[in-house]
Ligand binder design. Sequence first.
Ligand SMILES: Nc1ncnc2c1ncn2[C@@H]1O[C@H](COP(=O)(O)OP(=O)(O)O)[C@@H](O)[C@H]1O
Ligand SMILES: [Mg+2]
Length: 365
Amino acid sequence: MFLKRLVLVNFRNLEDLSWNPHRGINIITGDNAQGKTNLLEAINFCTSGASFRTSREREMVRQGADFLKINSLMEKNGSQYEISVEMAKDSKLEFKLNGLKQVKNKLFQPGMSVSFTPSDLDLVRGNPAGRRRWMDAELCCFEARYIYNMQNYNRVLTQKNNLLREKIKTSGYNEILETFNTQLADYGSRIIHARLSQLGRLSSMLKNVYRDITSGKEDIYFKYFSSIPLVDKLNLNAIKKSFLDTMMEKNSEEKFKRQSLVGPHRDDLNFFVNNMDARHFCSRGQQRSIVLALKISVINVYRLEYGEYPVLLMDDVLLELDESRQAGMTGLFELPLQVFITSTALPENFPADYRAVKITNGQLT
Ligand SMILES: Nc1ncnc2c1ncn2[C@@H]1O[C@H](COP(=O)(O)OP(=O)(O)O)[C@@H](O)[C@H]1O
Ligand SMILES: [Mg+2]
């Protein structure tokens, strides 16, 4: 996927911007609050239909303006197409493909861009919820019906937790709980199954990428920790049965604690470098290398899935990676991959050719 042209009108502080980015690495420099992240957000929007900053789309309209326009020319697997997005005052976003109105869900496929932002840098040492979000949003997004299963799982989970918080005397309590458990086992086992199969696919890729980044000095592996026993990890029915059995076992404890205690919403993914738990034993730099290796591996997974690399968006993370880690990206930068990197300063000894633009007060110079 390549972005060939981008025209923005009233996109946050980017009042009127027109740009033909380079096919390879684009470094966007500028002082703080000039519009670097806004520019990446606009690219993210026209490759995914979503913002990595907000779900309140109206925020993207420039303050004081009454409409927003994004027009982009993309190239995918050799063909070009134009995506435009418009939002007039008080009305919804409108999407067009080659000038014809199109519903958002038909226009965007998951995995057309990968973003790497400062909040990702905490993925390894941060809380389990962040790692689950990563698995859901980035690793499993293109698995058939994954998002559908997640939405349904979360809906039933909320209903079950509401019930557990109510008095046990509620009429039909046990029957309702059993129905919720059956539904949770159905959706939840599919979620766990999808996570495990995507992780299985990622595993050897991550090992190789991480070894490259660390010049062969360090080995990595990960483990999926589940709140239910997983004996036959690739068998959906076995996962479902184990999930149901565990909920039955924990039935009294769940009633006592008044919350749901098992399922994919309680699971975690942990990384081990040279056999040590990366959360506790790795330096900040090593933890960043793991995240970098994960991003590179995901890019490769998308390539296998779609036959083409996604666009890579790196917001303010370049200077957080020291020179040896930047050098570890050389292999990545040799791929036919379009990259957008924001940074307050140009990096020294950057390991590949790039084209730089500067943004000042919403204008490219
Ligand atoms: N809807 C909006 N209308 C006008 N300006 C906005 C809007 N949303 C954000 N901004 C402004 O855009 C500026 C640049 O933001 P950003 O792209 O995050 O800067 P940076 O270059 O540091 O990444 C900020 O000063 C912010 O106030
Ligand atoms: Mg920024």
